[in-house]
Design a binder for this molecule. Structure first.
Ligand code: PLP
Length: 292
């Protein structure tokens, strides 16, 4: 049951269908967002709604897709998807994709479809993982970026390597994958940005081989509020091995400590104090609590 916003209308879930000749299903040109609503003292609220809508429009622009709706309409659609499905803790999936009017790579004269689905989603990671941290493996798959859309677009086609990497990590006994870029520098997780703490300074890869994450930006702001220095630069894999702390950030993963990379304990092998502080600030922020 429930409804999905599709091309400007709310339709029942079972009627929100697409044709097998949907162009994006064949060639992967499309873009999407992962957005979350949290239960706050004032009822359900979508965290960083405008930032996600802005990134969706930037992704579409990079892919040369003309959005048939305005940003306000997309904001309203996301709020309506939460409200009309009676959700509070929810995941939202806006997506832009090409229709089924024709095949072939020219892809002209195709309709640009937009949909927003939302479903109940209290948590991605277990409370233990958020507290103890997770085990990560460096992937044999690199972050897909050179020929596709770099870091500014959350494009469907960018996720093939992410999926292969995540499945490889899980079958190797880890919980997440760390993808390197084509030159061997640290890029990001399968769906998360990465940070490390060294000498009390926060380091994160610059935006040349990772998605311009909204949680990443939020954490950089929090760190600066705490008076921490933040450096955006190229990072090597062995720097993470010897870091005091490391963690992932993402809409799904939130702030997730990394306790081990490739069998090496990171720092004390458990959530570190800087990670814990930033995690607390993040959980407060998503619930609409103002900083003390
Ligand atoms: N990196 C990738 C590849 C992602 O898919 C995501 C998730 O959207 C992120 C990083 C984290 O981005 P955000 O914090 O905007 O969710």
């Amino acid at each position: 049951d429930g409804v999905i916003w599709l091309d400007g209308e709310m339709v029942p879930w079972r009627d929100a269908k697409t044709h097998v000749l949907t162009h994006t299903l064949h060639y992967g040109l499309g873009c999407f967002e992962g957005v979350r609503a949290y239960n706050t003292a004032n009822g359900p609220a979508i965290f960083r709604l405008q930032d996600h809508t802005d990134r969706l429009f930037r992704s579409a622009h990079i892919l040369n897709l003309t959005m048939p709706f305005s940003k306000d309409e997309l904001n309203d659609a996301q709020c309506a998807a939460v409200r009309e499905n009676n959700l509070d803790e929810a995941y939202l999936r806006p997506m832009v994709f090409l229709g089924s009017e024709g095949m072939g790579l020219r892809a002209d004269n195709l309709k640009v479809h937009v949909m927003v689905a939302a479903w109940s989603w209290p948590s991605y990671m277990s409370p233990e993982a958020k507290e103890r941290g997770i085990k990560v493996r460096t992937s044999s798959y690199t972050r897909h970026h050179v020929n596709i859309t770099m870091c500014k677009a959350k494009a469907n086609g960018n996720y093939i390597n992410s999926m292969l990497a995540l499945n490889e990590a899980i079958s190797g006994g880890a919980e997440e994958a760390l993808l390197l870029d084509n030159e061997g520098y640290v890029a990001e997780g399968s769906g998360e940005n990465i940070f490390m703490v060294r000498d009390g300074v926060l380091h994160t890869p610059e935006l040349t081989s990772c998605l311009e994450g909204i949680t990443r930006a939020t954490i950089i702001d929090f760190a600066k509020d705490l008076g921490l220095e933040v450096k955006e630069r190229r990072i090597t894999r062995d720097e993470i091995y010897v870091a005091e702390e490391a963690f992932f950030t993402g809409t799904a993963a939130e702030v997730l400590p990394i306790r081990e990379l490739d069998g090496r304990a990171i720092g004390a092998g458990k959530r570190g104090p800087v990670t814990e502080k930033l995690q607390t600030m993040y959980f407060d922020a998503v619930q609409g609590k103002l900083p003390e």
